[in-house]
Structures are given as structure tokens and as C-alpha cells.
Write a protein that binds this ligand. Structure first.
Ligand SMILES: *Cc1c(COP(=O)(O)O)cnc(C)c1O
Length: 364
């Protein structure tokens, strides 16, 4: 058995296991909490948590809390509308050129802010062989889709042969060029990035058929030597690695921490991709940062932090209405071709455009 599989078996999965690290005051309530979304903390992440500090950011992300039972009226079971645009089981097709596939609902670690919290866990089996057949048929019928995003759950928690099968099936579809994995394995279970896994990826990519991995680091403390080594293996194999994750109260809702996170990621060649406004999943309000505060935080980073380290701040709307970039309003139009612009240094200037050549030509 590979080391990563042994580590999976050694995860903290019960309140009894968890009690060895942190006192649990109300076991009945906590049983209810982990009944809604199960508990799992990997040995790698356990090593990084400071259990003496109740506000440790890594602890907050994975140790269940009673507050998860408090649902706000605005919070939803399916907060971004995965189900609203699902033409075949285990697939969401919201944007014209790309689809999401839920390859499994299992994760090495269950994040307490998860927006698919009512789906994730071993109890929910992922796609079976006939589901995979239906997904492939759908993609063959929809050649406008040129990108597949394997998500979950965590698709890299699957076994090597399963990942190989997905890649083989998807690479047999001529219209698919880009394959993406959305995964937290490089964060919580870096030992999963084995030489065998890299060899599988290599077999299914070439100069015009890339594989992308979008990881999910939320705090600079998650970037330990094992994580850096796992990321380097992926990138050295030719995989493009980007990062996305939510803005989380008490974890990373601070420009100083985000600057360190984005720069540390950039230094290990991971491109910060999205900073998400936390989806409206039931029982996650204690993690939520107001949108206005998120906009202020990103504004504080704009111009200060190198552009190659800055992600886009995005809001994914309920009911499958889609992702939109959210930003401070830097520009506004005073009158035609005259703009009022706020600089990254706080000055407000007027930007006057010359008359457009195109308009004159069209009129002639
Ligand atoms: C987020 C999401 C994607 C990926 O969007 P990108 O902006 O390309 O990262 C695709 N499909 C669905 C349904 C999504 O929610």
C-alpha cells in the first residue's frame, strides 16, 4: 500500500480520535455536526495545527464547530446551483465551453466551510461505469465543450486506475483539449502526488492537450516543505497549477495574510486564480466575510502587490446564475470619452480619450 493510502487510514475521523487533540464539550451536538458533514483531518494537516490556539487558522478550517448547526435564512443546500444545470447525473454544464464532473464525493479532509457539504462523504457513491458512459455520450453530443473539470469531492482522492480511466475516456473525445482537476490533495495529502500518478498524467498530455490542476491553499501556514515538493513535481511534469479558495473569516480575511499567501504561492510557481466570496452554504455563516470587506481587502492589495500574484475576487451566484468578478469601482464615465479614475495610490484623476477612429470611419 502506498504511503498516501496509509495516511488516509490514519486520518482523524471520529470524535474519539479528535478528543486526543482537543477537548470536546458537547458530544451529542458535535455528533449532529459531523452527521451533516463528516469529519476527516489528514496526518499531514494534523502536524501543522497548533491545538493550543483555538484561533489557529488550520484548526478553524477542519475542526467541526457547534456553530455549523446555525443556518441563516439566506443560506442554501445547493448554494451555487450545481443541480440547476445538470443535464446528466454527476455533470454540471453552466458555461458553454466547459463542464464540471463530480468524479467522487470523497475527500481526504473535509473542510468545515465546504459548499458541497451535504453531498460530500463516503455515503454518497460517485459515478458508476454506466454514469461515466452517459457523461462521455453527453460530451460527444456537445462538441462545443472543449474543457472538462474533474471535481467532487476530490478527484485526486481516487485510485490511480480510476484517474487513468477518466483520462483515457476523456482523451478519446476529440473536442476535449483541456482537462482540469480541482483538488485539495496537494494541500492536505501531498504524499498522494506519487511518481506513478505523475506518470499517468504525463501519458495523457502533450503540447496541445494540457492538464491543469487548480489547488486550494487558503493560508500561508498550509504551504509546508511536503506541499512545496508535491507542487514542484506537478509543475516539473508540465502541469499548469493555479490556486483558488474562499475568503474566510478568522483565517485569511486580512490583506497582510493574503499578500503572504499569494506571494508564497507565486514563489512556488502556483498562479493565484480566484479568491471566492464564500458560497451561501447552510451552516457556514461564521466563516463569512461581507462582500464590502472583501472588496476593500482586494483594493488594499491592488497596486501594492505584484500583479502576477493577484487573483480575481469572484462571487458565484445562487441558482446557477454564474460567477462574476467583484471589484472596487475604479472608473466611472463623466461624459463620452471622459473618465474619472481612482489610481491605486488613492488619487482621483480624469482620463480623456481621443475621439475613436472607428466611429469616424463608420460614419463616412
Ligand atoms: C466555477 C465553475 C466552472 C469553472 O469556471 P472557471 O471560471 O472557468 O474557473 C465551470 N462550471 C461550473 C458549473 C462552475 O461552477
Amino acid at each position: 500500500m502506498d504511503l498516501w493510502q496509509q495516511e488516509l487510514q490514519q486520518c482523524v475521523r471520529s470524535l474519539e480520535d479528535l478528543e486526543k487533540y482537543i477537548p470536546i464539550h458537547n458530544k451529542n451536538v458535535m455528533r449532529q455536526v459531523i452527521g451533516n458533514m463528516r469529519l476527516s483531518i489528514t496526518p499531514h494537516t494534523l502536524k501543522l495545527i497548533n491545538f493550543d490556539d483555538p484561533r489557529d487558522p488550520l484548526l478553524l478550517m477542519c475542526v467541526p464547530q457547534e456553530r455549523e448547526l446555525q443556518f441563516s435564512p439566506e443560506e442554501l443546500v445547493d448554494p451555487i446551483g450545481d443541480e440547476a444545470k445538470s443535464p446528466v447525473p454527476f455533470l454540471t454544464h453552466r458555461y458553454p465551453d466547459r463542464v464540471l464532473i463530480y468524479a467522487t464525493f470523497f475527500c481526504s479532509m473535509f473542510c468545515r466551510f465546504c459548499f458541497r457539504r451535504f453531498k460530500t462523504g463516503e455515503a454518497n457513491p460517485g459515478p458508476a461505469e454506466d454514469d461515466i458512459d452517459r457523461i462521455v455520450t453527453y460530451l460527444l453530443d456537445h462538441p462545443e465543450v472543449d474543457e472538462v473539470i474533474l471535481t467532487g469531492g476530490d478527484p485526486l482522492a481516487l485510485l490511480d486506475w480510476q484517474i487513468d480511466e477518466w483520462l483515457t475516456r476523456l482523451r478519446a473525445i476529440p473536442s476535449i483539449t483541456r482537462i482540469r482537476f480541482h483538488t485539495r490533495v496537494p494541500v492536505n495529502l501531498p504524499s498522494r502526488i506519487t511518481d506513478d500518478l505523475i506518470a499517468i498524467f504525463r501519458r495523457h498530455m502533450d503540447a496541445t492537450h494540457p492538464i491543469f490542476i487548480v489547488t486550494h491553499f487558503n493560508h500561508p501556514c498550509e504551504i509546508a516543505p511536503e506541499n512545496i515538493a508535491a507542487i514542484a513535481k506537478l509543475i516539473d511534469a508540465g502541469i499548469v497549477v493555479r490556486n483558488q479558495g474562499p475568503l474566510l473569516r478568522g483565517v485569511n480575511d486580512d490583506p497582510v495574510i493574503l499578500e503572504e499567501l499569494f506571494k508564497t504561492l507565486t514563489n512556488i510557481r502556483v498562479v493565484p486564480y480566484y479568491l471566492h466570496q464564500l458560497a451561501l452554504a447552510q451552516g457556514t455563516n461564521h466563516f463569512r466575510v461581507p462582500l464590502a470587506r472583501g472588496i476593500e481587502i482586494m483594493k488594499a492589495l491592488q497596486g501594492k502587490v505584484t500583479g502576477i500574484a493577484l487573483p480575481r475576487y469572484v462571487l458565484d451566484l445562487p441558482e446557477g446564475k454564474g460567477k462574476v468578478p467583484v471589484t472596487h469601482r475604479y472608473v466611472s464615465s463623466e461624459r463620452e470619452s471622459s473618465w474619472s479614475v481612482e489610481t491605486p495610490f488613492g488619487e482621483v484623476v480624469t482620463y480623456q480619450e481621443p475621439a475613436s477612429e472607428c466611429d469616424t470611419l463608420e460614419k463616412e
